[in-house]
Design a protein around this ligand. Structure first.
Ligand code: GRF
Length: 203
């Protein structure tokens, strides 16, 4: 069973898609145990609260040191018995100690076909602007394992969309977001059912 914590900073549409998949019975081996946001007014927290899912505002700013912040996050994972972390629009760097403890058990969704259009600075509209500037005819979304390098971990699943000459960064973002909402639940299903030998958490 994947006991997931979902981390996000914004509206939470990917979280909503995962939640809907869980609620409909499409992800029987996934349980959403916790939602964490660095942003107290994030939509993702509201969605969690209105669905009775533990929702935590956890911002580095509220802690004296990075270590205190890290410990608060690890403690929340422990309390809710989290064994897998899902990043869904989380705009903060994940502490290397979290990556170490959850090695192979953290995933992220990126709105392009990695390894293209990834890395530092490649987020949000920057990604779609770069895709259009490069005159790509295909873009898409990628779910990948998170390691210490931005957007470089092993790819779990990708899906493509066509880029038409008429696309703007906004229209392309909307197209990609639509497939993200199918891709993320599909990737979690694969992981949950694959039972691949991922390293265990050690709290
Ligand atoms: C998505 O486009 C995702 O690819 C990126 O951040 C956005 C999050 O959107 N990492 P939402 O908060 O899930 O609606």
């Amino acid at each position: 069973m994947l006991r997931i914590a979902v981390l996000g900073s914004g509206r939470g549409s990917n979280f909503q898609a995962i939640l809907s998949a869980v609620q409909s019975g499409a992800l029987p081996k996934v349980r959403i145990c916790l939602v964490i946001s660095n942003n107290s007014s994030a939509g993702i927290l509201e969605i969690a609260r209105s669905n009775g899912i533990p929702a935590l505002h956890l911002s580095q700013k509220a802690f004296a040191t990075e270590e205190d912040f890290l410990q608060a996050m690890l403690e929340a994972f422990r309390v809710h018995d989290v064994n897998f972390v899902v990043l869904a629009g989380y705009m903060k760097r994940v502490h290397p100690e979290v990556i170490r403890r959850f090695r192979g058990r953290i995933v992220n969704i990126h709105p392009a076909l990695l390894p293209k259009f990834g890395g530092q600075g490649m987020y949000g509209h920057h990604v779609h602007e770069a895709v259009i500037a490069a005159r790509e005819t295909v873009s898409g979304a990628t779910v990948h394992i998170v390691d210490e390098e931005y957007d470089r971990g092993p790819i779990v699943l990708q899906r493509t969309v066509e880029v038409s000459p008429a696309d703007t960064p906004e229209t392309l973002a909307a197209k990609v977001l639509t497939i993200e909402h199918e891709l993320y639940p599909d990737a979690l299903r694969l992981i949950a059912e694959g039972e691949t030998p991922r390293s265990q958490t050690s709290h």
